[in-house]
Design a protein around this ligand. Sequence first.
Ligand SMILES: [Zn+2]
Ligand SMILES: [Zn+2]
Ligand SMILES: [Zn+2]
Length: 162
Amino acid sequence: MDSENFYCDKCSGNVDKKDDYCPHCGALFIDGIGCSRHKNMQADGICVICGEPCCADCLSEVNGRYLCSNHLDYEIYEDLARVYGTSDVNHAEYLKNFLECEGLHPFLYSRKTNPYSLGGIDYTLFRAAGDYDGHIINEMKIMVPLQEVTRAEELLTEFEKE
Ligand SMILES: [Zn+2]
Ligand SMILES: [Zn+2]
Ligand SMILES: [Zn+2]
């Protein structure tokens, strides 16, 4: 008899027993996975954004989540990551609708309602924005679930070209 609920040892997030890794934090549940960049290195975890297995050299842990070097600078809140920021509310709404029409699940956050402001300083916020005292205060952020970041960025890049 299998229990219905499985929890990740690392983050206590809910996981499916079929999962090879935790979708919340990137902890690996199986052995014998190689790093995607260093073929003879064992992977220590999975980047929660791109799903690439990473060895200890490639992997970083930010707020309890594993990220590869390409995705280290993202602002992440719970299972959402920022893919776009603008001070133009209408533009942010427009892009959110656009992503929804493409089947993604975007959320809008502004600094005022951003849960970051309740939880203290998150250094990823500073790094992603460059200057903290500038535009970031009024920024509308488009956040998407971690696994949708790659797709959302492709769509936004295509959109900006048009
Ligand atoms: Zn986890
Ligand atoms: Zn990555
Ligand atoms: Zn590596």
